[in-house]
Design a binder for this molecule. Structure first.
Ligand code: AMP
Length: 176
């Protein structure tokens, strides 16, 4: 399907106030996913940005990142790495924990996710504080990957998540 340049992707992002807790304005991407034209436009536009960058693997962050990683990988002729929450992957894993507002969380990949220094594009649906993406990028490097760039459908720029990715190449399609 051709990318219709007239498709304004922001029209397919729904604001849901106070989810999952009071004070959070949740950016719901399900309308974009449900629209063949909008989803195709989003994937095509991100893939265009990375054409000719030699991407060998696209790593998606659980779970919405998986949707983008799989589609982008097919467009770019690359494979997929799932970056998962702790305890989900069956083989030998390495993990990295990172701080949340309250408490901490951890991301995990198989230890042989990128055994030959493959060029990896890391993707998630959205960057807020940047903690998840920063930990995921660092973890992929521990697994041997060369993380060439980190990309997002949506960036909440007012949360300055890019600061946690300082020194990295970062690309987001929709900035708020
Ligand atoms: P962070 O580590 O703060 O950048 O959080 C990023 C992760 O949390 C992503 O996987 C997002 O899907 C999710 N997330 C955080 N804030 C929001 C929000 N306001 N709307 C939708 N998803 C969010």
């Amino acid at each position: 399907m051709a990318d219709d340049a007239a498709v304004d992707l922001k029209n397919f992002i729904r604001d849901v106030p106070d989810f999952p807790k009071p004070g959070i304005l949740f950016k719901d991407i399900t309308p974009l996913l449900a629209s063949p034209e909008a989803f195709n436009a989003a994937i095509t536009r991100i893939a265009e940005h990375y054409r000719d960058r030699g991407i060998q693997l696209v790593a998606g962050i659980e779970s919405r990142g998986f949707l983008f990683a799989a589609a982008l990988a097919l467009k770019l002729g690359a494979g997929v790495i799932p970056v998962r929450k702790k305890g989900k992957l069956p083989y030998k894993t390495i993990s990295l924990s990172y701080d949340l507002e309250y408490g901490s969380d951890a991301v995990e990949v198989h230890e042989d996710a990128a055994p030959n220094g493959e060029k990896v594009l890391l993707v998630d649906d959205l960057i807020a504080t940047g903690g998840t993406a920063a930990a995921s990028a660092e973890l992929l490097e521990k697994a041997g990957a060369q993380v060439v760039s980190v990309c997002f459908l949506v960036e909440l720029a007012f949360l300055n998540g890019r600061d946690k990715l300082a020194g990295r190449d970062v690309h987001s399609l929709l900035v708020y």
